[in-house]
Design a protein. Structure first.
Length: 295
């Protein structure tokens, strides 16, 4: 059997970032607005540090302002809420992103609830989740948005496809299931406790996996001709002691079955930041009453 085509998230992300940069230039030239993204990180989780640094760098590369706030792990909930309130009032910060996870003792829901929904470029605020649920315009979470863009590029029309989403997080699984439903898929949400997960996966025309468990979905769970989107990024050590990244899908084996599959790295990962830039531009447009043809 022929090997699955690789879905090039890196290339698509580069195109989205280039579009964002073009829109930023237009906003500056025609409206005197430079979109700005405020990122907030609490503590010194090394993975979060890398993510937040990359987000800031790419924001600047697209011509936007990046305001980075790094707070010590000892920061209190009150201090964090105080900063969020300040950023809500700051007209230069069109987007606010509080990097997760937050240290124990800080109520994540309370922090999300306090971000102004029009600045919520993560799409995690209950208002934006509710807008997604009811199929209305709003800021969408970046990773599921990136998955949808990859799928729409690959398949064009998703109507009638059976999409199986493995993973039910608020950040990926649940919002993605709603987006797939809005795109007229038949959607199954599965998870680690689904009975006979293998046979559920084998029904999927579209299989999206976001479990955080390295190579949990085996290659022979992939139906012939399925399109596979692997959201996982797991650092693992191989037998020779070398560390490398793997997804939540057993890539080499799945590639023998699927029609197309995202690699790890270079699949969904770069799309998340690209969609964050896009959301920041969209938020700035909304806050200034600007309608761009591409947003
Ligand atoms: N931590 C891991 N992924 C994300 C994300 O998409 N947004 C935020 N804010 N934190 C994260």
């Amino acid at each position: 059997m022929a090997e699955a085509r690789l879905i090039d998230g890196k290339a698509m992300a580069a195109a989205i970032c280039a579009d964002a940069a073009r829109d930023v230039a237009r906003l500056q030239a025609d409206h005197g607005v430079t979109p700005g993204l405020a990122t907030v990180m609490v503590g010194d989780d090394p993975a979060s540090e890398i993510y937040v640094r990359n987000k800031g760098r790419q924001t600047e590369q697209a011509g936007m302002n990046s305001f980075r706030h790094v707070l010590p792990a000892t920061t209190t909930q009150e201090d964090l809420l105080h900063l969020v309130a300040k950023l809500n009032r700051d007209p230069k910060a069109h987007g606010i992103l509080v990097q997760l996870p937050l240290p124990a003792g800080i109520d994540v829901d309370l922090v999300m609830d306090n971000i102004d929904p029009v600045k919520d470029v993560d799409g995690f605020h209950p208002v934006n989740m509710g807008l997604l649920m009811s199929g209305r315009d709003g800021l969408r979470p970046c990773t599921p948005l990136g998955c949808m863009m990859l799928l729409e590029y690959e398949l064009e029309d998703l109507t009638g496809c059976h999409a199986v989403v493995v993973g039910r997080s608020n950040i990926v699984g649940k919002p993605l299931a709603l987006m797939l439903l809005a795109a007229h898929c038949t959607v199954t949400i599965a998870h680690s406790r689904t009975r006979d997960l293998a046979s559920v996966c084998r029904q999927a025309d579209i299989l999206v996996v976001s479990t955080g468990r390295p190579e949990m979905v085996r290659g022979d769970w992939v139906r012939p001709d399925a399109v596979v989107i692997d959201v996982g990024i797991n650092r693992v050590e191989s037998a020779d002691g070398k560390r490398h990244l793997v997804g939540d899908v057993e890539f080499a084996a799945a590639r023998k079955h699927a029609r197309a599959i995202t690699p790890v790295p270079g699949g969904v990962g770069p799309m998340t930041i690209a969609c964050l830039l896009r959301n920041t531009v969209a938020a700035a447009c909304r806050q200034h009453g600007v309608i761009l043809p591409t947003i």
